[in-house]
Design a protein around this ligand. Structure first.
Ligand code: HEC
Ligand code: HEC
Length: 205
């Protein structure tokens, strides 16, 4: 008798259980949804200024800055490149000291030389090694000064150029760029959407 009652109850119980599942699933989804909205809101400084701070932190990281120099690349946290090498006429070295003699398409664990396709010094107009955040921003947003580059080409370079991506896979004991790559790309998109605003330039009196 008792068993039969229980058996009769079973479908009800199953029904209730499934209702319960549906409810919690819905609730979960709603919860997740509002959570992403919140994180996005917290990140989305709609003015783009916070995004610029993220971007410039990457641009000034030694993994990026070491190639964005005037005449000679630097190594590690900004020490001179030994042996001494120079930019040369094509940014690829001078005389017998060509970058490709030692740097290949990938990091070389035997010689210790880092590498990525296209290894060369950054063009001279992209030497921001001596600049303030405001000056770098102005340079990158002024095509006449930066070799005709657009915000979209900056974003493209940082998204998939092997020289930029190397910064997150530098090999050896080198520290990768501290800002996660996805965060940089998000910041680039936010900064561009906000109209590429720059910090105010400090006037020195
Ligand atoms: C091995 C040297 C090297 C390293 C390391 C390097 N760059 Fe560059 N960078 C270059 C060269 C060369 C170019 C020019 C590429 C071109 O014009 O096609 C360049 C161009 C750029 C540009 C301009 C892109 C455009 O054409 O719009 C940006 C922005 C940039 N680099 C940022 C970075 C960042 C960020 C990092 C670190 C994550 C980095 N670079 C690391 C050599 C380097
Ligand atoms: C004779 C070989 C040789 C030549 C030529 C050479 N390099 Fe290097 N380079 C090295 C070695 C080895 C290292 C690693 C040094 C270390 O980590 O102590 C290095 C490190 C670097 C780094 C440091 C990366 C970092 O963030 O620590 C950069 C940037 C660099 N080279 C750029 C260049 C460029 C650009 C050229 C051409 C103009 C060039 N190198 C030519 C051997 C060479």
């Amino acid at each position: 008798m008792k068993l039969r009652q229980a058996v009769r109850l079973l479908p009800h119980m199953a029904f209730c259980a499934s209702l319960f599942l549906v409810f919690t699933a819905c609730e979960n989804r709603a919860g997740k949804h509002s959570q992403t909205a919140e994180t996005q809101d917290a990140r989305a400084d709609k003015t783009g200024h916070q995004d610029w701070e993220t971007i410039v932190e990457v641009l000034l990281h030694p993994r990026c800055l070491n190639c964005h120099q005037l005449e000679m690349p630097l190594i590690n946290e900004g020490s001179p490149h030994i042996p001494r090498v120079e930019r040369g006429p094509n940014n690829m070295g001078s005389g017998t000291m060509q970058c490709r003699n030692c740097h290949s398409n990938q990091n070389n664990p035997v010689t210790g030389a880092p590498g990525a396709p296209g290894w060369a010094m950054a063009p001279i107009e992209l030497n921001w090694s001596h600049m303030s955040s405001a000056q770098i921003c102005k340079l990158l947003t002024t095509p006449q000064d930066n070799g005709g580059r657009s915000p979209e080409s900056l974003l493209k370079f940082m998204s998939d150029n092997p020289l930029a991506l190397w910064g997150w896979n530098p090999g050896g004991k080198r520290q990768p760029v501290t800002i996660p790559h996805e965060k940089l790309i998000e910041a680039m998109k936010g900064w561009i959407a906000a109209g590429t605003p720059c910090p105010p330039e400090r006037t020195s009196n």
